[in-house]
Design a protein around this ligand. Sequence first.
Ligand code: ADP
Length: 398
Amino acid sequence: MQQNFLAVNAGSSSIKFQAFATAGDNLARRVSGLLDGIGSQPRLHIKDGAGATLVDESLATLSVPSVEAGEAIVGDWLTGTMAADIIGGPIAAIGHRVVHGGPDFSTAARIDDAVLARITALTHLAPLHQPKNLAPIHAWRQRRPDLPQVACFDTAFHRGHSELADRFAIPDALYREGVRRYGFHGISYEFIAGKLREVAPAVAGGRVIVAHLGNGCSLCALQDGRSVDSTMSFTALDGIPMGTRPGAIDPGIVLYLMREKAMDAAAIERFLYHQCGLKGLSGISNDVRILEASADKMARLALDHFVYRITKEIGALAAVLGGIDALVFTAGIGENGADLRARIVAGSAWLGLTLDKDANRAKKIDLSAVPQGPRVLMIPTDEEWMIARHTKRLLDAG
Ligand code: ADP
């Protein structure tokens, strides 16, 4: 019998949602939606499984001032007649992306009162993101108290890291209260680790570095399909530069901002999350496409620095793995940024990585120039599919 699952991914100014139906052993996408621009220029775009537009609507800013308000709009659509027709039956369960699972959640969890209390108690570790992830969980509990819900954590896939990788060189008491190198983008990395077994079985069990380059950017070192280290750590600020986040910076800079610029925690948080990275360095944009099209020398410098820092961290993770069998690019920039891929591979040539220019332009999966040696791969990520998969697994488990 066909079962249908929803996957909801609520971020700071957008809600992504998808509906899947069981199709044999797989899950087929029936609906794919995005409500973005929440609080600024809200726009609802919904497609069916074949990519045909079902809804494309700009909404009044005042009608969607918050993620909670956006959730109500998405929920109304998903419980309406058009959704029921397209999905082809009732929803069996809903999976949610939850950014922080703390030290204990090492896999997805079915949400009950106790799990919800534990997730809520982790809010201090991700104060900007956890409340946004919780909003749709609460809304669906009210809307459909009978519907099973599942939380899929961005941190869970990294919980198998060794203590060496999990620690900062700070006193143990802070580690015990939760100051650890958690790592994020785990739902994406888990999807890639699974997909590798299908598309590149020869390297899936080996030493793989995955570059998730989207609005947020991080790298993950996989050994035999398991995460052993990642560039993001206690928060999603660490590691390589991103659209508007700087990646790792000297913590002395934070002290400097406090002392010399009289910035408080809220101002520094705004600065680090929204005013740095490609946008801050270029002074132009966080969007790689705009920077690539610009003749401005700061745009060039921002992209050069981005490539430099990524190649440097690829080297660090290759050291952790003791070599590399594959480098995988994924997410918005990783999947579409052919020039950046070429530059990152060129900077990592010392690891034996090669790139076939035509395959790179043609967006093939295996982009390597030669049949032997480590592979360079491009694999589109699908976090919502992964969320739906966990949701089905937990529902089947009863
Ligand atoms: P999110 O983390 O919100 O899921 P995405 O994975 O969709 O983000 O990545 C968004 C980023 O992808 C954009 O900021 C943009 O810089 C980049 N991007 C999208 N298309 C291209 C392209 N053709 N070339 C280079 N970068 C691109």
